[in-house]
Design a protein around this ligand. Sequence first.
Ligand code: SUG
Length: 444
Amino acid sequence: MKAREVNFDGLVGPTHNYSGLAVGNLASQRNIHGVSNPRAAAKQGLRKMKLLHDLGVPQGVLPPHDRPALDALRQLGFTGRDEDVLRSARQHDFELLAACCSASSMWAANAATVCPSADSADGKVHFTPANLRSNFHRAIEAATTARVLKALFNAPDRFVHHAPLPATEMFGDEGAANHTRFCSDYGNSGLHLFVYGKSTFDRNTVTSARYPARQTLKASRAVARLHGLGSERLVFAQQSPSAVDAGVFHNDVIAVGNQNVFLFHEQAFLHQAKLRREIESKAGWELHLIEVAAADITLEDAVASYLFNSQLVTLPNGRMALILPRECKDSVPIWGYLQKLVEDHDMLERIEVVDVRQSMKNGGGPACLRLRIVLTDDEIGSINRFTLFDDDLFRRLNAWIDQHYRDQLQEADLGDPCLLEESRAALDELTQILGLGSVYSFQR
Ligand code: SUG
């Protein structure tokens, strides 16, 4: 069956800000208290979608979540009218208010793990929204993500939606950022690499010391079971603890794969040589495993440039493009390495550089901003077509951003009732543009 990979990008929400909420994410920590530009952030994301669309790579859009998350603040005991809740949270627990204002749903690679119909036992596409239990500001995404995915992929004969895993330490799940699917062609059956940072309750396990590992082995195994993936299609690998301690909080910060190509750093995984052999033997088709030596690019440079957080996408002619953050071009060693990479590997047709600086300052590069969903033409035909990107949607979303987004946001603005009103007005209009129905709780 012919299938294509559609990249669904998370639109950046109107409250995009820098609150230093993510421990182990060096950029988030470094940019705490910085002044953000939500309008620029949303437009940078939109331009990346336009680039992919212009390259002939199918593109979709996921809506931002409603923030400030008044529901969450009320659940935590703040009461009264909306403006009272905001004022009181700001006065008594600013950290909580900031967490409830994060636009973190933009990093759609963490929204869910998705497996295509070519691989699942029942021949349907399976979705498991990530519980994101490692960080409160992200954990509150799960319920809305589940609702949005159900609204977009609303055909029970084709799409199966699982509930997020129990949100406890044992099942820490951060979604597709720790999942790579290899295949000879998108419509053929694939091999799934699930990468975890720790395996709780295994006394022999080695884990990171400085920063928390977010994904657990038990979570990855549960997702694979739910999605009906047979053991012959599965590989589980642990991140190298020293990589986590160097700021690799998700595997997509240090490795990227697409179809039969896997680009990864020498220090990405524990027992790397064994992992290479397992992937090769289970794949059963020709694979290009490109291991980047630490002597060429240090772990630190890899994390700082987000080279591995590029998108590796298949172009209509079957060759591939690497969509890189601008920070890679700004680094002389990385840029030099990339020229050679393209020269040496024929399947790599081109590299494209995107400016997603606003997101990068929170530790989110090009790959973080998208959820990859492999779909057959029939499956594409049964999803909400208004969320599929085209030039008209590009124009409409640009105008929508211009109308509703601020070009500056700082800590002091987060409790501003006007920001809540503006955000709700924006999202209300967006649900009409994207034909979503009432997905937000403030609309119900
Ligand atoms: O979960 N940053 C996100 C970045 C997620 C990147 N995703 C992938 N690598 N797939 C995180 O660490 C920072 C928010 C702040 O500090 O305001 C934040 O949540």
